[in-house]
Design a protein around this ligand. Structure first.
Ligand code: WT7
Length: 601
């Protein structure tokens, strides 16, 4: 039986979409069978003279030759309407200068360079220049307050911090004396910020970014870089527990490049917009590295979400490939189709989503309103790049995460007395696991070898997610291992219960958890935020319970509803179900249900 495989093909809708060339991956089974990471390596340059593999060379320098130097690498859309184009040639020179500036400071291979900045061109220069210098790039989310910043700078033993004058004054200055290992702070001035002095001195505590880049530079030869040399350090803000430093190496660029081409279908003439902030892994892997390795133009928007602005960018910048997140898609859906109708979105060729489950209705909304379906993709900070995806050629299954990327072997496992065992057969649910050996697999949780080892079993990396594989080999997200509910002996994933309730017109947001119960072990409980205009009362609660029970049946349907004003979320927008659980049981919100926890921001 085929569960609603949807080859999206309404010709009237498709007209609104740009003319679609044959995808880079025309035949999924064939591409999978013929794939080798070795051949991806031969698509890339490597450092001149066989001196290894460096992400920044593949992303920047190799495109900045001949006429390629004039092509636009970054189109920056600043606050208040400012724009700036940075060509591949300019990016090469600027990143050379930044790398030289680090070298002059005595900062070298393996030293940690943190970047805390809003989305401005200097962030991209610092990120790629750091990689040229073989230092480790550690991005921080600019909306963090002083405490999480200090915690991460300390955990990561930051030697250098690149930030803006404004963020320095607001968030770093006061904690600086508690960061003895932080030797250099390089700040970017913000001359176009109205009402603030252009270059306020920081009393010699900081170096000026422009000043640092000004010194004469005659190119920068990247030193030999081993593919296993560390390159990127991402902190995953656990929804429980202390943040973990996830370390990636230069070899990851193979996966950034291959997935950019095969999953996001990128080509050099694409205008690509990844809406994720570079403070998170998506904003680095796909907001910087992947599209540049292909040679695209990437759009960088300094501002935050706004439906009209976003449609305006898609239209005015002729964005061809768009990578965004379910939360943003839902906000666009809420803004209404009439807003979308006012814009010409025919330049769009490929839409993709990541970060949370993307419900089938959102996939179809893309098809109806934007002219093409959203292609859901699944991955994690630890995996470094997309591992499971709906492909342009293989057919989108709305609600499913898709198929494993060529070169990636995914399965579901169950815990037995003798260890982890692979589950075979369609429809079974187990822990999603990936066979070790893809290039962007993380190489460490820094300073936590035991926590790292816990994530592996034999040949498998254990993702901490639960998934189901259907008869066509598509993967369906069931939940986080520790969010799963066991009620009267049945395993219930919160996601399908949430999806069902979200379909009710009264429901704005919903988080589903298991509440401890003496009889059933746990019972399914829904924490619901209502849409404006609906009143919290018993009648509505009964109606919601009946709605879910009708569709899900008595075992899976929730037994209790509690109304919340807002749901607790991580900075990146994931529902913190452990906080909901704590509210039900009175246990401290930081408490882990059991075992290792890997729920992240
Ligand atoms: C966790 C990883 C992906 C990079 C940014 C987040 C959840 C991610 C999906 C999806 C359902 C998803 C998983 C995963 N997740 N993508 N398409 N469908 N869930 O990286 O912060 O490390 O989070 O996000 O639970 O394990 P992260």
């Amino acid at each position: 039986m085929h569960i609603g495989r949807l080859m999206i093909s309404d010709p009237r809708r498709a007209e609104r979409f740009g003319k679609r060339p044959a995808p880079n991956l025309p035949d999924y089974p064939k591409a999978r069978a013929g794939f080798s990471w070795h051949s991806v390596r031969s698509d890339l340059d490597g450092l001149p003279g066989g001196r290894g593999l460096n992400i920044a060379h593949e992303a920047v320098d190799r495109h900045a030759v001949g006429s390629g130097a004039h092509r636009i690498a970054i189109r920056w859309l600043g606050k208040g309407g400012a724009t700036r184009d940075v060509s591949y040639g300019q990016l090469r020179e600027l990143t050379d200068r930044f790398a030289l500036a680090l070298r002059r400071l005595g900062v070298g291979m393996g030293d940690r360079v943190f970047v805390l900045s809003d989305r401005i061109p200097e962030l991209y220069v610092a990120a790629l220049g750091t990689l040229k210098n073989r230092s480790i790039l550690c991005p921080l989310f600019s909306a963090y307050g002083p405490d999480p910043i200090r915690e991460r700078l300390t955990l990561g033993r930051a030697r250098v911090l690149v930030t803006t004058q404004r963020l320095y004054r607001r968030k770093v200055k006061a904690i600086r004396d508690r960061l003895p290992q932080l030797e250099h702070v390089i700040t970017v001035g913000e001359p176009d910020r109205i009402g603030e002095p252009a270059r306020e001195g920081d009393g010699g505590e900081t170096l000026d970014f422009e000043e640092a880049l000004r010194a004469p530079a005659d190119g920068f030869a990247i030193e030999p870089t081993d593919p296993e040399d560390p390159a990127l350090l991402h902190f995953t803000s656990g929804t429980t527990g202390a943040p973990k430093g996830v370390l990636h190496v230069h070899e990851a660029v193979l996966a950034h490049y291959a997935t950019g081409k095969l999953v996001l279908d990128l080509r050099p003439d694409d205008v690509f917009w990844c809406t994720a902030d570079p403070g998170w892994v998506t904003g680095v892997s796909y907001g910087i590295i992947s599209p540049l390795t292909v040679g695209c133009t990437l759009i960088v928007d300094q501002e935050e979400f706004n439906a009209e602005r976003w449609y305006g960018i898609l239209q005015d910048q002729h964005v061809t490939v768009w990578y965004t997140a379910p939360t943003a898609i839902r906000m666009l859906m809420r803004a209404g189709e009439d807003v979308a109708e006012r814009f010409d979105l025919t330049g769009l060729r490929f839409l993709a989503s990541v970060g949370e489950p993307l419900e089938a209705s959102a996939v179809r909304w893309g098809e109806r309103v934007l002219g093409g379906p959203f292609h859901d993709t699944w991955w994690q900070t630890e995996t470094g790049s997309i591992m499971i995806a709906n492909f342009a050629s293989a057919g989108v299954k709305p609600g499913s995460m898709g198929l494993p990327v060529p070169g990636v072997h995914a399965t579901v496992l169950t815990r037995t007395e003798v260890g982890m065992e692979e589950l075979r057969g369609a429809g079974v649910t187990g822990e999603l696991a990936l066979r070790i050996g893809w290039p962007s697999m993380f190489r460490a949780y820094i300073d936590e070898p035991e926590r790292y080892a816990e994530r592996f079993s034999g040949p498998w990396y254990l993702t901490g997610d639960l998934a189901r594989i259907d008869e066509d080999g598509y993967f369906w997200f069931v939940g986080r291992l520790h969010d799963v509910i066991k009620s009267a002996g049945h395993l219930i994933g919160p996601i399908e219960v949430e999806d069902c309730l979200r379909d009710h017109p009264a429901v704005a947001e919903v988080g589903v958890i298991g509440r401890p119960d003496v009889v059933a072990g746990q019972i399914v409980k829904a924490c619901v935020v209502l849409r404006p205009g609906y009143e919290e009362n018993d009648a509505l609660a009964r109606e919601l319970l009946a709605h879910a029970r009708r569709r899900l049946g008595p075992v899976v349907g929730p037994k209790e509803i509690r109304f919340w004003k807002a749901l607790p979320k991580t900075p990146s927008g994931k529902i913190m179900r452990h906080v909901l659980r704590a509210a039900e049981t009175g246990s401290p919100p930081g408490a882990r249900p059991s075992g290792n926890d890997s729920t992240h921001g």
